[in-house]
Write a protein that binds this ligand. Structure first.
Ligand SMILES: [Zn+2]
Ligand SMILES: [Zn+2]
Length: 138
C-alpha cells in the first residue's frame, strides 16, 4: 500500500497514512470555515488506527468541539492536521496538510447551506445542504 506523508507548517509534527481514504469531501460548515480560516475544509476519511504520527506526538493539541469531533492541530504553528471522530473510530484528515497527493479526490461538498457567501462552488460535484447522508460530515 502506498503511504502518504503529511506535516504541519513548522514540521514539528509529521504523519503517514495509507493512500486508502474511504471518502473525501469539502465541508463548508461555519466551524470548518473558521477553524481552517478558509472557504471550506477539504478532508479525507481514514480509520483511526491507519494514521501514524511519526514525529512530534507531544506537539499535538486537541480541542473537543463536540462529542463527535476533536480537532487536532500543532501547538507550535497552529496548523490544522485532522479531526478525530471518536464515535465512529474515524479520522478526517485535512487534505491540505498532505505532502503527497491522495488517489481519492474530494467527491462532494457538505454543509453547503452554510457556505461562505463570497465563495462560489463551480465544479460538478454533488452538493449536500447538510452533512452527506451516511458517514462523512466533518
Ligand atoms: Zn507545527
Ligand atoms: Zn465542517
Amino acid at each position: 500500500m502506498r503511504e502518504l506523508k503529511g506535516s504541519c507548517v513548522c514540521r514539528a509534527v509529521e504523519y503517514t497514512v495509507p493512500d486508502a481514504m474511504k471518502y473525501a469531501g469539502c465541508c463548508h460548515c461555519s466551524e470548518c470555515r473558521r477553524f481552517s480560516g478558509s472557504a471550506f475544509s477539504a478532508f479525507g476519511g481514514v480509520p483511526m488506527q491507519a494514521l501514524r504520527v511519526t514525529r512530534g506526538e507531544q506537539s499535538l493539541s486537541r480541542y473537543a468541539k463536540s462529542e463527535h469531533t476533536v480537532l487536532v492541530f500543532c501547538r507550535h504553528c497552529g496548523s490544522s492536521l485532522y479531526a478525530e471522530k471518536p464515535l465512529r473510530s474515524m479520522i478526517h484528515l485535512r487534505l491540505g496538510s498532505l505532502l503527497d497527493a491522495p488517489s481519492l479526490r474530494p467527491q462532494f461538498h457538505s454543509f453547503v447551506a452554510s457556505k461562505a457567501p463570497w465563495y462560489d462552488i463551480d465544479d460538478g460535484l454533488p452538493q449536500f445542504e447538510q452533512g452527506r447522508p451516511a458517514p462523512s460530515s466533518s
